[in-house]
Design a protein around this ligand. Structure first.
Ligand code: C2E
Ligand code: MG
Ligand code: MG
Length: 693
């Protein structure tokens, strides 16, 4: 059974219901409105009856919107949705509208009934809530969350359009003092003024947000170069600096700015803000009222260093560090004199790592001292073990600058040593870098003197690289000078390095110090060093650093280089030094020809090429050499070969110039053989010279 309302009740319902109701006819004229309609729209019944409903049109919707609406009404008979309409007073409001087509008995539409609810207030309240989550209440600027969100979008855009993006962190200087002095209310008003000024300053593509307190972030996008950033930060600075008038009183503020630039600083939004913040703190540290650019490279280095420091300190506790040992020998006698302890890191993932990869990162940190003490303890443990096995070797330990420069170095050393009464301290040698000793000569001299009293020797490592003066060598009582390997590497090729080594050896002799060379890789380097008066050596040519457990076997099997024993009974006079140099000159000449063949040089002096008197070797041979060695028969064996060398060299150059490179290369093999013959003859001569002394 269908119940229907009486017309009276229906009319009351329609008229008094809280929703607005409007009925139109097919001519689109309003035929009925209720009280709620008038309340919401501001139009009385009288004003609208007969009018087109478009009097309510807010112009916020395009034609497409209404076409869709009519399609729905014509096809389905109803439509509902949110729509912006306009009140009589011009105010635009949001309503929820539901329209139904009313059909007659024949099924033809006669009327449309629109029922609507004003949801403007509700939406406003919602929006306010949303806004509070995204905007700062005091300044109405985007808050931290919104700033991060915006920045992330800008990062994505910048990635696409390859433009610069700058994040500028702004913090007012001494704002706490302003707050304390004038009260928080005034502080707040100043912040509002600053916010307004910043908002006016930025372009439409930029944004400014308040991150909290007196901290603002400004995001500048679409930049072409750093100049634009600078211009902007200058403007910000002067804008903040111009005085602010509140209640007739003037206030002056300054600001510190931290800037970071994407994509140089290729980080996400949170990280960019953090980096700009770090840079801002740097600006504060530097004296405030200025800006500072975040240094990406430095930060990455610092980050790597922090991580490494952490890992290394764990490695120390987890026993991942170990010592390798590299033997040191007397090349002349063939005796093994000791071994240098060299640290390694058995990394759980990366395998065995050399000290060059981690020590430099900790050398300015106290961890290096902890590591250094561990090294001494470990080396003494090893010494003690070797002694128990009948092996008596000196073990040298490298000491970092920071470690030796520490005031309590001696007492810490003694503490360790006391645990090893079975180890004679004469077997312990400490190596310090020449440069470390130079840092505080007085302190280092005292430490060395105290160690010597205990029997511990000292070596100056990498000697020759630290610009030591003679007076310094007088003051530092180190027993050993260790010639840096970089000079030893080049001793066969570079006259200057040879001269330098000569100098160091002379210096050691004059100051009565022992001299040892490191980095000996080739037999000839050792021979030359011995001839110059340096008999002690260390290097891959003797043995590479090895695990401690391999040392006993190595010591038992060691065979000195037979070439070295040839020089066992010889010594060398300074006046014969040019004879050593002569071989360099010859090697260099041949090397030049080889380079010519390979196209690595295109300038050869023709005189030097053709005339065997004119090359450096020739100069030596026919002048100094002739004077000094003409009494030695073998001296004259050299000349015919040298002449051949020049003839052959000349031929090779001509072949090269004619483009006959293959042939030139063939001849080069011959040339190299001749070179070796000369070197051999020179060696014979050198031996004769030494024997005759
Ligand atoms: P260093 O004290 O001058 O040690 C010599 C370095 O030269 C070692 O490198 C050694 O393996 C390398 N070497 C020796 N002979 C040759 C050779 O013929 N050819 C070549 N190419 N290299 C040779 P390593 O073990 O990598 O040590 C590098 C540096 O690290 C050491 O130079 C030393 O300054 C430092 N170091 C090593 N262990 C320690 C340690 O326990 N404490 C401290 N503070 N520094 C250490
Ligand atoms: Mg060393
Ligand atoms: Mg060294």
């Amino acid at each position: 059974m269908t119940k229907s309302l009486s017309p009276e009740i229906a009319s009351i319902v329609l008229s008094d219901i809280r929703d607005g109701i409007m009925v139109t006819n097919t001519k689109n004229e309003i035929v009925f409105v209720n009280k709620a309609f008038s309340k919401v729209t501001g139009y009385s019944e009288k004003e609208v009856i007969g009018c087109n409903p478009n009097i309510l049109n807010s112009a916020r919707h395009d034609d497409g919107f209404f076409i869709d609406m009519w399609n729905s009404l014509n096809q389905a008979g109803h439509w509902k949705g949110e729509i912006w309409d306009k009140r009589k007073n011009g105010e635009v409001y949001l309503e929820f509208l539901s329209i139904s087509a009313i059909k007659n008995a024949e099924g033809n539409t006669e009327h449309f009934v629109a029922v609507f609810t004003d949801i403007n207030e509700k939406r406003k309240a919602e929006q306010q809530l949303d806004r509070a989550a995204l905007y700062d209440v005091l300044t109405d600027l985007p808050n931290r969350n919104q700033t991060i969100h915006y920045l992330q979008n800008k990062i994505n855009t910048s990635r696409r359009n390859h433009k610069l993006l700058a994040v500028v962190m702004l913090d007012l200087d001494d704002f706490k003092l302003t707050n304390d002095k004038f009260g928080h209310d005034l502080g707040d008003r100043l912040l509002v003024v600053i916010a307004q000024r910043l908002k006016r300053l930025i372009r439409s593509t930029d944004m400014v947000g308040r991150l909290g307190g007196d901290e603002f972030a400004i995001i500048l996008s679409d930049l072409n170069n750093f100049d634009e950033v600078e211009q902007m930060t200058n403007r910000i600075n002067s804008l903040v600096a111009s005085s602010i008038k509140v209640d007739g009183k003037k206030y002056k503020l300054t600001t510190s700015l931290g800037i970071t630039l994407f994509p140089f600083d290729d980080a996400d939004a949170e990280m960019l803000l953090r980096h700009a913040d770090q840079a801002m703190y740097k600006a504060k540290e530097n004296g405030k009222n200025q800006s500072h650019l975040f240094d990406v490279e430095k930060d990455q280095q610092a980050q790597t260093r922090r991580e490494l420091l952490q890992q290394l300190s764990i490695a120390l506790k987890e026993d991942e560090l170990l010592l390798y040992y590299q033997p040191k020998v007397n090349m002349r006698t063939g005796k093994i004199i000791g071994a240098e302890a060299l640290i390694r890191w058995q990394h759980p993932e990366d395998g065995l790592i050399g000290p060059g990869q981690f020590l430099p990162h900790v050398e300015y940190h106290d961890l290096i001292i902890e590591i250094g003490e561990w090294v001494i303890r470990k080396a003494l443990t090893q010494l003690s073990y070797w002694i128990s096995k009948g092996l008596k070797l000196t073990v040298s330990v490298n000491i970092a600058a920071r470690q030796i420069l520490k005031r309590d170095f001696i007492s810490s050393l003694k503490e360790i040593i006391n645990d090893f009464p079975e180890v004679p301290l004469e077997l312990l040698e400490l190596e310090i870098l020449e440069s470390a000793a130079l840092e505080n000569t007085d302190h280092v001299a005292k430490v060395i003197a105290q160690c010597r009293k205990m029997g511990i020797h000292f070596a100056l490592d990498d000697f020759g690289t630290g610009y030591a003066s003679l007076s310094y060598l007088r003051d530092i009582p180190a027993d050993v000078l260790k010639i840096d390997q970089s000079f030893v590497f080049n001793i066969l090729e570079k006259r200057k390095d040879l001269a330098l080594i000569e100098g160091i050896i002379g210096l050691a002799a004059a100051f009565q110090r022992t001299v040892i060379a490191e980095g000996i890789e080739k037999t000839e380097q050792g021979v030359l060093l011995m001839r110059l008066g340096c008999d002690l050596g260390q290097g891959f040519g003797i043995a590479k650093p090895m695990p401690a457990e391999n040392m006993l076997l190595w010591v038992n099997n060691y065979q000195p280089d037979p070439e070295w024993s040839l020089w066992a009974d010889t010594s060398w006079e300074i006046s014969d030094f040019p004879l050593l140099v002569a071989q360099h000159d010859h090697i260099k000449w041949v090397k030049n020809i080889m380079m010519y063949i390979e196209g690595k040089t295109n300038s050869l002096n023709p005189a030097i090429l053709i005339d065997h008197h004119e090359c450096r070797f020739g100069h030596w041979y026919y002048e100094y050499g002739m004077q000094r060695y003409k009494h030695i028969e073998n001296f004259f064996d050299i000349e015919p070969i040298h002449i051949l060398v020049h003839q052959l060299g000349h031929e090779i150059v001509k072949l090269c110039d004619a483009g006959e490179i293959a042939q030139a290369r063939e001849k080069a093999t011959e040339l190299l053989q001749l070179k070796d013959q000369i070197l051999e003859k020179l060696a014979v001569l050198q031996r004769k010279v030494v024997a005759s002394q």
